[in-house]
Design a protein around this ligand. Structure first.
Ligand code: BEZ
Ligand code: FE
Length: 280
């Protein structure tokens, strides 16, 4: 590095070059192997459009995305409850999902077993947060997002935006998500195959929870009975984000939520950290 230029870029590049050279010295690639590596990165870069960003997927399967999340988790405030963990955004988020009143059903084709997800949005002192937006998206019970099955699933099925009420309460009806293979028809999928890794990512529901005055949370909740919880391909399951799913037969509760008993239920609270308490 020279003594000029941007100090931060010079510091970052110094670290990258040091470790990159160490890797090349350890691997001792042939010319052919070196060209294959450059071709791989070129293919990753070419796989880019409004539905696909292969470099993010590469970062995910190399555990770089989750490592960055963990490093950037804000120090906990001195509140009574730790804030909800962040996880990766993933490639299937679509901005502009429909807004629904609480208790609405986002499983528009009503094809799968109903699941009620409900709980509260609170601050780290346990006080309710009103007006928090919960932007939600997930797969159907077959493990596909709407945008992977155009013409089979309705557009914007299993996506919705909800707002927490005066007591912090939110609720929506959906179906149970299933584990699914991350997109494996590109260079990252081929790489996983070559190193003997399966492409499955544990069953989950995605949330972005946001409200003025609090840190935005991008997170998942994971289904407890998924076979890929302990060896998912994104290496992103945090034990604190594994939910419990109950099968409830309370007919009154079912009726007031617009469901038939028995139905599945996840009770889940989101804890947000005030922007003014960061770093306390
Ligand atoms: C997801 O959660 O949708 C996801 C995350 C990382 C890679 C692929 C998918
Ligand atoms: Fe996902």
């Amino acid at each position: 590095m020279s003594d000029f230029g941007d100090p931060c870029t010079r510091q970052v590049m110094g670290v990258i070059v040091k470790h990159f050279h160490a890797a090349i010295k350890e691997i001792e690639p042939t010319y052919a192997e070196w060209h294959a590596a450059i071709e791989f990165l070129t293919d990753v870069g070419h796989m880019y459009n409004d539905r696909r960003q292969e470099f993010i997927l590469l970062s995910d399967v190399l555990d770089a995305s989750m490592l960055a999340e963990v490093i950037n988790d804000r120090p906990h405030s001195t509140g009574r409850q730790p804030p909800t963990f962040n996880t990766v955004l993933g490639p299937f988020y679509l901005p502009g999902a429909p807004h629904y009143p609480n208790n609405s059903n986002i499983c528009l084709d009503e094809k799968d077993e109903p699941l009620l997800v409900s709980g509260y949005v609170k601050d780290t002192e346990g006080r309710p947060i009103v007006g928090a937006t919960l932007d939600i998206w997930q797969t159907n019970e077959d493990g596909f997002y709407d945008l992977q099955q155009r013409g089979i699933q309705s557009d914007l099925v299993l996506r919705g935006v909800f707002v927490s009420e005066a007591d912090g309460h939110y609720a929506f009806r959906t179906s149970k998500p299933r584990h699914y293979p991350i997109p494996s028809d590109g260079p990252v999928g081929k790489l996983l195959g070559r190193i003997g890794r399966h492409p499955h990512w544990a069953a989950h529901i995605h949330f972005i929870v946001t409200v003025l005055g609090y840190e935005l949370v991008t997170t998942h909740i994971f289904a407890p009975d998924c076979p890929y919880l302990r060896e998912d391909t994104v290496l992103g399951v945090r034990p604190a984000l594994i939910a419990t799913i109950d099968r409830l037969s309370d007919a009154d509760m079912a009726k007031c939520r617009g469901l038939k008993a028995p139905f599945l239920h996840i009770n889940w609270d989101f804890i947000l950290q005030s922007t003014t308490s960061v770093g306390e």
